[in-house]
Design a protein around this ligand. Sequence first.
Ligand code: FES
Ligand code: FES
Length: 161
Amino acid sequence: MTVTTMTVNGKSRSAPTEGRTLLVDFLREGLRLTGTHVGCDTSQCGACLVHVDGQPAKACTVLAQECEGAEVTTIEGMANADGSLGKIQQAFQDYHGLQCGFCTPGMVMAAASLLKENPRPSEQEVRHYLEGNICRCTGYHNIVKAIMAASGQQVEAVAAE
Ligand code: FES
Ligand code: FES
């Protein structure tokens, strides 16, 4: 056991880890940041998506000790400073981009990465970017709408279901 330290949502955070401890377990169990979900054991669902040093990363595929000293952002870091929903979160609520909500943290983190690299993506680009994130409930349509809205684009242009 060793103590691993990283900056999580702007604050220095530490927890004990073993060499095999995954980043997702460090966040959920070590730091009790349970917004990052585990939805599979095959690295396919994207429910565990966080940002590590500004890049999207599936936290079930990264060892915690590899992130020593890194800057990590989780869904808990996406709210505004006053605790209200951030822009992307609000768009998911406004456009019904969630049902059970299990995939939502990963979807929001993926959307944030996409909009950082491509602030006005096309609908096709949004759909393509979300290929690593699985949603069992929504059929994706309203998720795409929410992300288009968060980018300041007309959602009326998104093809009907
Ligand atoms: S829990 Fe990480 S991809 Fe499914
Ligand atoms: S809202 Fe249920 S899995 Fe996406």
